[in-house]
Design a protein around this ligand. Sequence first.
Ligand code: SF4
Length: 410
Amino acid sequence: MAHLNGASWLAADKPEDADLIIINSCGFIESAKRESINAVLAWRKLFPDKKLILAGCLAQRYADEIELAEADCLFGNNDLAQITEVASRLTGSAAAGTPVVPGQRPLLSLPGSAYIKISEGCNNRCSFCAIPLIRGPLRSRPIPDIVEECRQLIARGIRELCLIGQDIGSFGKTARDSADSQLPALLEAITRLDGQFWVRLLYIHPDQFPLDILDTISRDKRFLPYFDLPFQHGSTLILRAMNRQGNAESYLSLIRRIRDALPDATLRSTFLLGFPGETSADFHALLDFQAEARLDWVGCFTYSREENTPAYSMKNRVSKRLAAERKALIEERQTPISEERMERFIGRRLDALVEEALDPEEGLYLGRLFCQAPEVDGATVITSNTQLTVGDFVTGKIVARAGIDLDMRV
Ligand code: SF4
């Protein structure tokens, strides 16, 4: 979008007004691929005469194989700057007008929040994962470049900086198993920025957790004690087959270290069910891990068999039905854990980022606390006597819990 804006293209408010529709796709797992293709088919049906580009990871991964007459063009991830040329060629028009806010990247996130990609690609090579095939090996941005982007976003009024990458614990590393993560140095550099903002760290592979960051996070309260650690499993056999190095014991000890250093720490994880060879005993090891870890939030996926990954040819595949049953049981057991974990905030005064005015006349707003990452976790319903600004912080008291969500009174 920044490239297109720079070449004087404007984002249309309504698709009816657009000359060009770009669908950004995901190529990670079967369900996401299906969703991406269905999006192309649906938009083509709605707008038979408009030019349509299928962009993103699906286009990148299957560039040679996709035969999709509904899309006018496939556009991968390798050279995003080329999008302006492709757009002009397809529409037969050089865009007119002046560049829109040159240098500012458009934000698609919720108000007050922005994602900052600090690295691209991954060296971990989990055996089930197609991301290294799509995104390539790990490349990390220079620290001053990232800090400058953070500074500009703060100057634009952004309150929440979400640092993302496939595994940000590996930021700056020269090899998967080297101990030279530059994440602690990046956080230290960000502490030198002025202003009231949150920094949220998203996705740290638990085998690559740089413990030094705990110190920075406890010293500078602007760094949220929130960690998304995709453990994936609790059985050592399955973790090894996944090409992951930890086990339930080492992961529980990491959880303890984080909670000892940061008693408020909120932990999120992802579990993968139905990996080839997952026996009932393996599944029970995961249930035990879940019970012991008492994570605040858990997202579950069933295994998706992806071409060109090592797990593709692994034997003893688990049926989709059994994987789905296991996923459902993990989810069922997680709900009361998440609910109970949220109880600890009741009665406390906390900051929330206001995201939506539900009914400003009645003083009703929707927001998030530090323990609620954008879009994936629960939310906080805020009741206020005074008018609140969407995209800004407010401080209030947590008065109740409703399911996994919280109620705040200002
Ligand atoms: S760490 Fe994440 S992105 Fe990297 S290979 Fe493993 S699952 Fe894929």
